[in-house]
Write a protein that binds this ligand. Structure first.
Ligand SMILES: [Zn+2]
Ligand SMILES: [Zn+2]
Length: 347
């Protein structure tokens, strides 16, 4: 069955971090981290609706300008999330340019920032037509781990510890709606834009007795069904997909606990492996993970598969050692947990 989210790393494992998550049936995408985005074509950049930044070290944030430049003259709202200090960091970037020509744009870009603190999140918005002057003071709301919620999905964040606070993210689908081809055929229906409307109705928990109209297709006129009956015939509901993303963290007890909770049961965990375990003192000093620690965390979180990235340049040409070390640690940890390791390793 097709997945709702299709994640892919923007760059190679020795290059800047960034995870592009496309929603192939919805012409939209999310981005975890904002490293160099040169490899993303404008058609992909324009799909991005939400950007989640772990921290603002340059390799995770330098792509902000590339993204802004691409969307500048568009009618679009872009939501960006980051750790403590994020609003100042973005305002600093915006203050670095002159915006006297933006009144030529007929479309208006809106930027909506959220900054995460342990007990609250701060919001502030900006519009291109105002030269990105803030539209109001920062607005505070409580923070309970959820950063963004839609009827069918949410994004969670955990505050992890690098040399500075650093966020980890998990994107979770509430449940997955599989459309049954045989069910469509039985009812003489053809897929169309109504499928998205149908799924949205399920996520919105519309009453099963509600009439659901399917627009005229090539096979005939408009059809009307009770939503519940239609669901029984054409849909199978399965657990939702979960993608987790963790990078630039030290291997402390607090971090391990937070990562395991955040990535618990993930279908795919993207996790940094900056160093080999023989260099673990260097990893600890720079607040990064070793491949061994990454593999163990993936097992403890019961992630079904994991993908390593953010390798230190010192291992250029030695990716296999990093992968092997992580895989061995994963299998060892799985064995300790008395569980069949079924995970697949990418890269
Ligand atoms: Zn960093
Ligand atoms: Zn980094």
């Amino acid at each position: 069955m097709p997945s709702r989210f299709q994640p892919r790393l923007v760059n190679g494992p020795f290059e800047d971090p960034g995870l592009f998550i496309s929603f192939p049936f919805e012409r939209r995408a999310m981005l975890f981290d904002l490293g160099d985005l040169s490899r993303l074509p404008p058609r992909d950049l324009l799909k991005i609706s939400h950007v989640f930044v772990t921290h603002t070290h340059m390799d995770h944030f330098i792509g902000f300008d590339q993204l802004l430049r691409c969307v500048l003259g568009r009618q679009k709202d872009l939501c960006l999330y980051g750790p403590t200090g994020f609003i100042d960091n973005v305002e600093g970037k915006l203050a670095g340019y002159s915006w006297d020509l933006v009144d030529r744009f007929t479309c208006q870009l809106g930027l909506h920032l959220t900054e995460v603190h342990a007990d609250r999140r701060l919001h502030r918005s900006y519009h291109c037509g105002d030269g990105f002057a803030a539209t109001s003071d920062k607005v505070a709301q409580p923070f309970d781990g959820r950063l963004h919620t839609e009827p069918g999905l949410h994004v969670e964040a955990a505050i992890l510890q690098h040399s500075i606070p650093c966020l980890g993210f998990a994107l979770a689908e509430r449940f997955h709606v599989n459309i049954l081809k045989t069910g469509l055929e039985d009812l003489g229906l053809t897929p169309g834009p109504w499928i998205a409307r149908f799924k949205a109705a399920l996520y919105a928990e519309v009453h099963p007795q509600t009439e659901f109209n399917i627009e005229r297709g090539p096979r005939g006129s408009e059809r009307t069904f009770a939503l519940g009956r239609l669901t029984q015939k054409i849909a199978r509901i399965t657990p939702g997909q979960k993608i987790a993303y963790v990078t630039d963290v030290g291997d402390t007890a607090a971090t391990r606990e937070a990562v395991v909770a955040l990535a618990h049961d993930a279908d795919q965990l993207f996790i940094e492996a900056a160093f080999l375990d023989r260099d673990r003192e260097r990893a600890a000093a720079t607040h990064h993970l070793t491949a061994c620690q990454a593999g163990k965390l993936a097992a403890l979180a019961r992630a079904r598969r994991f993908t390593l990235f953010h390798f230190s340049p010192r291992y250029e040409g030695r990716e296999a050692e990093l992968l092997q070390e992580a895989r061995a640690a994963y299998f060892r940890a799985c064995a300790c947990m008395d569980r069949d390791p079924t995970q697949k390793l990418e890269n």
